[in-house]
Design a protein around this ligand. Structure first.
Ligand code: FES
Length: 139
């Protein structure tokens, strides 16, 4: 099932939970612990991480969990403080930057914002990648 993007704008995608429900920012923050990294439905149907900082704030960017090597979903490993792909062993730091291959590229970024109804939305990241200084490979 395809959920339409918010207001028909292809650069905006409403974050949805496993059941397809929209996610209210206030509810999300209130019911999660600081440091949470949780997978939700994001742009193009990919599972994206919403991240709550240690201060309890929703981060203004999200990471696509799809490994840039061969496309496995990359879990967050709290003890290692890294995303570690179990398929072929790539490691990414907490910002999604590659620290060990074979992954060739950092995890894709999306902006995180809130719409007029209080729902969390993703917006296409078109600016330079703050981790590498390069143009985004995902656009
Ligand atoms: Fe992640 Fe190969 S798919 S390391």
């Amino acid at each position: 099932f395809f959920f339409p993007a918010s207001s028909g704008n292809p650069d905006v995608t409403i974050a949805r939970d496993r059941l397809g429900n929209e996610i209210k920012k206030d509810d999300f923050i209130r019911t999660r612990n600081p440091g949470t990294r949780e997978l939700v439905q994001g742009p193009k149907g990919d599972p994206y991480y919403l991240i709550i900082s240690e201060n309890g704030e929703l981060l203004s960017y999200s990471l696509d969990s799809v490994c840039t090597h061969l496309g496995c979903v990359v879990p967050w490993e709290t003890g290692e403080n890294q995303f570690i792909c179990h398929c072929h062993g790539s490691h990414y730091d907490s910002t999604g930057k590659v620290v060990r291959g074979p992954a060739p590229l950092p995890l894709a970024l999306a902006h995180v914002d809130v719409d007029e109804k209080g729902n969390i939305v993703f917006k296409t990241w078109k600016e330079k990648d703050f981790r590498t200084g390069s143009n985004p490979w995902w656009t």
